[in-house]
Design a binder for this molecule. Structure first.
Ligand code: ATP
Length: 738
């Protein structure tokens, strides 16, 4: 329901002018050029009209009071339409009054406000659409525009009809949904691009993590093996050491006994100068022999140690030879690369001969490199073999020393025996005693060599112990302290010592592999987790987007169906009304709106136009044609109607559309100008009829029309060029209108 129109600075309404619409039919009358049409345009303006042409202007400035000899020009044109909203014709606004205001400034800027709050044009349009006040202006029929709906193109006509049927709300919703869908699809593409971008990185990280997992498996295996090995080795060394020490103790004891017995022999020698000399010779020989055997025992321990290390080094070098990997010296690699590069550079612009020579050189270099590492030529020795080599040399040296010692010992024994024999001969002691002394010396030599062997064994055990400690340190560095968490073993397993040695070999190989697998890789794991989390996030986002896209598509389809259905129903109703009004105005005949028919594509053309745009877009909607059938006449083309007939036809159509979906108000600017007296009466009847559903504002010079109005406004313009408004009675109106 219209309540008021407030105009200020708009066109000829320089001063604030208020029109009240408390009656269902309001008539605006006045002489030509007084500003009546400006009132209708004020409505258009406030409702957001964007076409300057439909407000008879070129620029926004044309809408602002331009001044006259008396009143200066205004800088701002403002129009407010106030609606009664007690019946909530704007359902979304909880106010009893709704004021829609628009102002325009000389720089062309427009401002919109709803109940004093600034808003966007779009909000105003949506608000109006919700109350069936559409934008095509079917409810404002400007002067001379009554037959706009007759003269416009079928497409435009359809748009007006859709607007009149209140379908714009659906149209807005559909556009909104389509915009959202477009944005959603853009997002989908962006997310998909992101996923494509990170996919190779994830694949790379996954491989890394897989490698880490394998390394961890190896480490676990190594840890278990270490635990078994260390436990057994510790027990072995403990048991062996105790046994060897015990044997050493026994040998030392029996040596002490033998020495004591030998000494008593010597003490029994007669105390004479010659005797003393001889027994002193024996003693000095004995001392020398003791010194030599003591030193040799020391040497034996050292030999044992070196032998232990040597055996280990040999084992290792065998393990390395069985390993599929070859350690390559950095220098050799660099040399090979340099050689390849320099040859390639040399032959870049070379002839056939030089090329051949270069290839020959390269082949030699690569063969040499290969042989050095893979075929194991003599001039190259891996680290382990180098160590074994050195130890073997040392061992050889020690053995040579040992041989020297054994010669010295033999010599010392010989000297001792001679000294003893000399003593015995001098003493002329019996043969028995003589034999006993020789046996004692023999026994002592055997005990001494046993002690030397045991010392060597102790040396070997020392070495194995050091090696075990070293192995533990390495294991801890590689797989952590857990390598040492095992229970001590009391009894050795029932197996050959070689089983333990095999275990050690396997352990060494595993160590190499674990070392190569390298690092804990916590960084890689956390990076992998981050990347997969992100991937999962993107996937779920994509899923959400797909869901919302599907929802939007469904909504669009629903709106389409709704639109189609409402349009078809509306068209039917408008047609029924249109025919009725038409025959009422013309005293017979009929008229109807028909959907435009698209020309079927030419069969022959098709072959040549395969790539051409289809003639009709997939979702194009047919436009609307008007078919008329005048009583007693054969005329059917709109073109052939007279001016009055056109006016009658368009009035019938406008009224029919208003009837089916009544707009809150309808402004008719001299729509009745072309009507004769009889038709003016029918027009007046229809106005009264329509006013029961829509508020009517009729700008008119027609006496008959004025007579149907509840309120009459007269518009006048004086010498100052300012339109003035006055309320008039019907009797006055007729004279004001002139
Ligand atoms: P008719 O009965 O002949 O249709 P009308 O009453 O509808 O006449 P309008 O067309 O509304 O008259 O008014 C036109 C008048 O408005 C002209 O006198 C014109 O000079 C004046 N006018 C239009 N724009 C402005 C403006 N920006 N500033 C001042 N006056 C203006």
């Amino acid at each position: 329901m219209l309540k008021r129109l407030e105009i200020a600075g708009f066109k000829s309404f320089a001063r604030k002018t208020v029109l009240d619409f408390s009656s269902s039919v309001t008539s605006v009358v006045g002489p030509n050029g007084s500003g009546k049409s400006n009132v209708a345009e004020a409505f258009r303006f406030a409702l957001g009209e964007q076409s300057m042409k439909s407000m008879r202007g070129k620029r926004s400035e044309d809408l602002i009071w331009s001044g006259s000899n008396i009143a200066p020009r205004a800088n701002r044109a403002a129009v407010t339409i106030v609606f009664d909203n007690t019946k909530r014709i704007f359902p979304q606004l909880e106010f009893d009054e709704v004021a829609i205001e628009r102002a325009v400034f000389r720089d062309g800027a427009s401002e919109y406000a709803i109940n004093g709050s600034k808003t966007r044009l779009r909000d105003v349009q949506e608000l109006l659409a919700s109350a069936n006040i559409g934008e095509t202006g079917h409810h404002i029929i400007s002067q001379g525009e009554a037959d706009r709906i007759l003269s416009s193109a079928p497409k435009e006509r359809r748009s007006m009809l859709e607007d009149a049927l209140g379908l714009k709300v659906f149209e807005f919703k559909k556009q909104e949904a389509e915009r959202k869908l477009e944005r959603t699809e853009e997002n989908v593409q962006q997310v998909e691009a992101l996923r494509r971008e990170i996919a190779p990185h994830i694949r790379f990280l996954a491989k890394q993590v897989e490698r880490l997992d394998r390394a961890e498996e190896l480490a676990k295996e190594l840890r278990a093996l270490c635990q078994t090995y260390f436990a057994i080795e510790e027990a072995y060394l403990r048991i062996e050491r105790t046994a060897t020490e015990e044997k050493l103790r026994i040998v030392s004891e029996s040596l002490a006994v033998l020495e004591a017995e030998l000494r008593t022999f010597e003490e029994r020698v007669t105390v004479d100068v010659e005797g003393i000399k001889r027994s002193e010779a024996v003693r000095s020989c004995e001392k020398e022999l003791d010194r030599l055997t003591g030193e040799r025992s020391e040497l034996a321990r050292e030999i044992g140690r070196v032998e232990g290390a040597l055996n280990e080094a040999k084992r290792r070098s065998v393990a390395v030879a069985h390993d599929p990997y070859v350690k390559v010296s950095r220098d050799d690699m660099t040399a090979l690369r340099d050689e390849v590069e320099s040859q390639v550079r040399a032959v870049e612009h070379a002839d056939h001969g030089a090329l051949h020579a270069a290839l020959q050189t390269l082949r030699t270099a690569i063969t040499a490199f290969f042989e050095r590492y893979v075929s194991g030529s003599d001039d190259f020795m891996p680290e382990e073999e180098q160590v074994a080599h050195e130890l073997a040399a040392k061992h050889l040296e020690l053995m040579r020393k040992d041989t020297e010692f054994s010669e010295s010992v033999a010599k010392a024994r010989e000297l001792l025996r001679n000294a003893r024999e000399a003593t015995m001969a001098y003493e002329e002691t019996g043969r028995e005693q003589n034999r006993r002394l020789l046996d004692l010396a023999e026994e002592k030599a055997t005990a001494e060599s046993e002690r030397s062997r045991l010392a060597s064994r102790m040396g070997e055990l020392d070495y194995l112990y050091e090696d075990l400690e070293q192995g533990k340190r390495e294991a801890v560095a590689l797989v952590g302290v857990n390598a040492l968490s095992y229970d001590a073993v009391q009894a050795l397993p029932n197996e050959d010592r070689r089983a333990q040695e095999d275990r050690k070999r396997t352990m060494e190989r595993l160590k190499i592999r674990v070392e190569e697998a390298g690092g804990s890789g916590e960084d890689v794991r956390s990076e992998y987790k981050e990347a997969t989390d992100r991937e999962a996030f993107l996937a779920s986002e994509l899923e959400d987007l797909a869901k919302s896209a599907a929802g939007l598509k469904e909504l669009i389809a629903e709106l389409d169906t709704e639109l189609q259905k409402s349009f078809a129903e509306g068209l039917q109703k408008v047609n029924a009304s249109f025919g009725e009004f038409f025959s009422l105005m013309f005293g017979g005949g009929g008229a109807r709106l028909v959907l435009e028919e698209f020309a079927a594509p030419d069969e022959e053309d098709e072959e040549f136009e395969e790539d051409a745009q289809p003639k009709r877009a997939k979702n194009a909607k047919p436009g609307i044609e008007i078919s008329v059938n005048l009583p007693k006449k054969r005329v059917q083309a709109l073109m052939q109607l007279s001016g009055g007939e056109r006016a009658l036809t368009s009035i019938a159509l406008i009224f029919a559309m208003s009837q089916v979906n009544p707009p809150p108000f309808l402004i008719l600017d001299e729509t009745d100008a072309a009507l004769d007296e009889a038709n003016s009466r029918r027009y007046g009847d229809m106005i009264e009829n329509l006013s029961s559903k829509s508020q009517l504002i009729v700008i008119t010079h027609n006496r008959e029309t004025m007579s149907r109005a509840g309120i009459l406004y007269g518009v006048t313009m004086g010498a100052d060029g300012i339109s003035k408004l006055l309320s008039v009675k019907f009797e006055e109106a007729v004279s004001v209108a002139k």
